[in-house]
Design a protein around this ligand. Structure first.
Ligand SMILES: Cc1cc2nc3c(=O)[nH]c(=O)nc-3n(C[C@H](O)[C@H](O)[C@H](O)COP(=O)(O)OP(=O)(O)OC[C@H]3O[C@@H](n4cnc5c(N)ncnc54)[C@H](O)[C@@H]3O)c2cc1C
Length: 400
């Protein structure tokens, strides 16, 4: 066990101030580490789509004291309605029946609300550096020399990449993302749009084979909608990833001629100033650390939105990594313990994509018909068992 005075001398640099970064910072500060968080944006990113906090991750936010605030921010969506090609209703269910979540326990909150709640817990206790990122890392026996894009240079005992799926820290250390990326066959666009349909606290999803268009009203009829277009692309459309005009063109071509409200959703995408486009994929690293540098959250094991477990893995992973660093006197043992105690949980949740995580987005007429039949069965007899993967890790007590 490391004494508090030993730990106090250990300096940790975390890259990324979204979910995993501030969670890790909170716990490391509590264990006596000197923590710096570097974030490339000029402030914690607000806004954004709704995300889930479920199972084991609920215990993490409870232990951080922010569960009551998140319960207030909880988006209490009453209905998830599936629509056919012409907009006719296929089935209407409670959203939790689809996701295997536990009503009254699991949470769905705006991504910005969760980021803000996490940041508030630690903003006055650790050093946050915005508008900057790591340029180079040089590891040696006594620490890691880091140069920042802004030009500064500092030395830390440990560096943790919590900078998301497309982690720049991972790239600096290991090279291109492709070696860790598992493409899952879909491209998607998310953006907000005016609530011309007057929807309130409900989710509508239109499907044809290989194409989905969802409108999510997380607030009242006068609040904007979250629009989500997800479509099958057997080959990853790498050529559009850094080109917003090409992304809009690809989406518009894919949805040409679609029924229901899809034409107006695509039109809204052209007007949106917050379009986020990416492909569905996972990060799978054979090891989550190398020397004095480790990874957490999406940077190490993004499970993709198809599992709805990215936020929960980020929260739980950060808790486990901090605890391992606090209970082991050196980074080698700490990183080994973090991986040994957390990997099975991560693997189970990443595997949800192979166990039907993509069933909401069938790519053939036959698969769509099967999905619709399953949904109608769920309406007749709602499933009562939560998804076991969500709670597969029993959170150990915080380090003393
Ligand atoms: C459309 C969509 C829907 C989703 N839906 C859900 C859902 O329903 N449920 C769910 O649980 N999850 C969902 N997710 C996933 C969830 O958003 C992520 O898993 C989660 O945010 C991961 O947190 P993180 O802190 O690891 O990384 P991120 O949230 O990606 O944060 C990374 C941070 O690092 C910063 N950064 C990036 N590069 C650098 C750099 N080089 N230097 C410094 N800082 C850097 C970024 O600005 C950002 O603040 C969804 C994701 C998407 C895209």
């Amino acid at each position: 066990m490391t004494s508090q005075s030993d730990a106090a001398r250990r300096k940790v640099l975390i890259t990324g101030a979204s979910l995993a970064g501030p969670t890790l910072a909170y716990w490391l500060h509590r264990y006596g580490f000197a923590v710096t968080v570097v974030e490339k944006a000029h402030a914690p990113r607000g806004g954004g789509y709704p995300i889930d906090v479920r199972g084991t991750a609920i215990e993490v936010v409870r232990r951080m004291g922010i569960l009551p605030a998140l319960q207030v921010a909880h988006i209490d969506t009453g209905r998830f309605t599936f629509l056919d090609a012409d907009g006719g209703e296929v089935a209407a269910l409670h959203p939790y029946a689809v996701a295997g979540s536990i009503a009254g326990q699991d949470l769905e909150v705006g991504r910005g609300d969760l980021t803000a709640a996490l940041y508030e817990t630690v903003r006055d206790d650790v050093e946050f550096v915005f508008d900057d990122s790591i340029d180079t890392l040089d590891q040696h026996e006594r620490g890691v020399d880091v140069t920042f894009r802004s030009g500064g240079q500092r030395t830390f005992d440990v560096v943790v990449g919590a900078d998301g799926m497309h982690s720049g820290t991972r790239k600096v250390l290991f090279g291109p993302e492709e070696q860790f990326h598992r493409y899952l066959g879909y491209g998607f666009a998310v953006f907000t749009m005016p609530n011309t349909l007057g929807l309130s606290r409900e989710l509508l999803m239109w499907n044809t084979p290989g194409r989905a268009a969802a409108l999510y009203a997380t607030g009242d009829a006068d609040d904007d909608l979250h629009a989500f277009l997800n479509f099958y692309q057997p080959e990853q459309p790498l050529h559009v990833l850094r080109d917003p005009d090409a992304q809009r063109d690809l989406v518009a071509r894919t949805y040409a001629g679609a029924g229901w409200e899809v034409a107006s959703i695509v039109e809204a995408m052209h007007q949106a100033d917050d379009l986020f486009f990416d492909t569905a994929g996972q990060i799978r690293m054979p090891s989550w650390s190398s020397g004095r540098v480790a990874f957490v959250g999406d940077a190490a094991y993004a499970p993709s939105f198809l599992t709805g477990q990215g936020s929960s893995l980020a929260l739980v992973g950060a808790y486990m990594l901090a605890r391992s660093l606090a209970t082991h006197g050196n980074h080698v043992d700490a990183f080994a313990a973090y991986e040994r105690d957390t990997r099975e949980f991560v693997t189970m949740n990443q595997a949800l994509v192979d166990k039907g995580g993509a069933r909401l987005f069938p790519t053939t007429a036959e698969a769509l018909e099967q999905r619709n039949a399953t949904l109608r069965d769920l309406v007749a007899m709602p499933a009562t068992t939560p998804q076991p993967a969500h709670s597969a890790l029993v959170l150990p007590a915080p380090a003393p």
